[in-house]
Design a protein around this ligand. Structure first.
Ligand SMILES: Cc1cc2nc3c(=O)[nH]c(=O)nc-3n(C[C@H](O)[C@H](O)[C@H](O)COP(=O)(O)O)c2cc1C
Length: 424
């Protein structure tokens, strides 16, 4: 705390504000230089400096001890590549078709709530950046921009819903999403209870944000975010609200005494999925599956895809990594529906590993939100280009020309073998 309010710190902050007014605004500069960004992890370093501490902490953090988060990162190190050589790989392509649409690569942006607090019009920057880069994007149900506005800006983005076990609310939101023209609805199912995000409390983050001296200081000490995202949003669009949790407008993002309405999420069950399937004519995807039996149940009900996911480690702590759940699920339902996965993907090499283990499509979360925060839509496009380039290069070095060629034969398991835990 002493350090936070030192004379030196004040001098640094004064210099930042001066730079913004003299160098950035004076010179008409709108966004940060992206040339120095070489990998997705570079966005995180920039975002850590750019965003107020509580907001960065909200994105970066997970739940309780962060064990799920660590498992996700660790799971990629369990596999090494076994390459093939002397094959002409000059005509390689990472293009893929999913639900009738062709993408430049089997990559999409995972749904992330309150993106518009991190980046100016964040959901739109993510959606249009993804469309421009030829990758997929799922907008979050916990978003601060009306789903109709995102659909208008990026007609092929998908919509992710958090639904409570309340039929009236389910029907109303499903109808609203359909009327907006979305083709694909993603139902997130790993949030039966609010996660224990101690790190958010320690970092001073909550939804809604509670006005405090600490928060005001964060704004003063992060002027680029304050001017370029926060004030710009308030001046042009008013105080952001949760726009799409249900069919009607929800709580504001900043309020001293308003509580968010999370509905009866712990009532949600397979019967509700059946109800959604009966009402929703588009593609239906279930996100947050880790067990092959649940994947099979989703197939029986008529889902078109599943996302193998532990919510980026942000729900139940100490879950298995999605990459470790993937082979069993792909083996069980891979021929019946699209098997997608997310959690910890940061490199083209990570994507190749998931493809080899049976994934059809891979979603990436945090790095894209950091990219949008520091670079807006151009940042999102840059992040997508980095991943696509890495994937393309890795395909050549692996000795494959199409995604279909990528099989377990290219992997060597170096991590600990799985132990079977007896039932009962
Ligand atoms: C800031 C943030 C907000 C998120 N919000 C949502 C959300 O609204 N809906 C959802 O289904 N998943 C949400 N997630 C989880 C992501 O969709 C995804 O499962 C996870 O971030 C993937 O892991 P990665 O960040 O390591 O790539 C969120 C994740 C982050 C980091």
């Amino acid at each position: 705390m002493a350090n936070r309010f030192s004379t030196e710190r004040f001098a640094q902050i004064f210099t930042k504000w001066r730079e913004i007014f003299v160098a950035d605004i004076g010179a008409g500069r709108k966004s940060v230089a992206l040339n120095a960004i070489l990998s997705l992890d570079d966005f995180e370093k920039k975002a850590r400096r750019h965003l107020p501490g509580p907001l960065f902490g909200y994105i970066a953090g997970a739940s309780e001890t962060n064990a799920s988060l660590r498992n996700n990162a660790q799971s990629f190190t369990e596999y090494a590549f076994r390459t093939r050589v002397l094959r002409d790989v000059s005509k390689r392509s990472a293009k893929t078709t999913l639900f009738g649409r062709t993408y430049d690569a089997p990559i999409g942006i995972a749904p992330m709530g309150i993106s518009a607090l991190m980046a100016y019009r964040g959901d739109i920057a993510l959606a249009t950046g993804a469309a421009e880069a030829g990758i997929g994007m799922i907008m979050s149900g916990s978003s601060l921009i009306r789903l109709e506005d995102v659909a208008a800006a990026a007609p092929h983005a998908w919509f992710q819903a958090y639904l409570p076990g309340e039929p009236d609310r389910i029907d109303a939101l499903v109808d609203r999403v359909a009327n907006a023209g979305f083709e694909t609805l993603v139902l997130t199912v790993d949030t039966a209870a609010l996660a224990n995000r101690e790190n958010n409390i320690r970092a001073g983050f909550s939804t809604p944000l509670r006005p405090s001296l600490r928060l005001a200081w964060e704004g003063v000490s992060h002027p680029r975010w304050t001017i370029g995202t926060f004030l710009k949003t308030i001046i042009r669009h008013g105080i952001p609200h949760f726009e799409n949790s249900y069919a009607t407008r929800g709580a504001p993002i900043i309020a001293s005494n308003v509580m968010r309405d999370f509905g009866k999420k712990d009532h949600l069950n397979w019967k509700h999925l059946e109800r959604i399937r009966a009402r929703w004519n588009g593609n239906l995807v279930v996100k947050g599956v880790l067990h092959p039996d649940d994947a099979a149940h989703a197939v029986e009900i008529g889902a078109n895809g599943i996302i193998v996911s532990n919510h980026g480690g942000r729900q139940l702590d100490a879950t298995m990594a999605p990459l470790d759940a993937l082979p069993g699920i792909a083996e069980r339902v891979g021929r019946d529906i699209a098997v997608m996965v997310d959690g910890g993907f940061r490199r083209g090499a990570d994507i190749v590993k998931a493809l080899a283990l049976g994934a059809d499509f891979i979603f990436v979360g945090r790095p894209f939100l950091y990219a949008a925060a520091v670079g807006g839509e151009p940042g999102v496009i840059k992040a997508a280009e980095i991943l696509k380039t890495e994937l393309h290069r890795n395909m050549a070095l692996l000795g494959v020309t199409s995604l279909e060629d990528i099989s377990p034969d290219y992997l060597f398991r170096i991590g600990p073998q799985q132990h079977t835990i007896p039932h009962g």
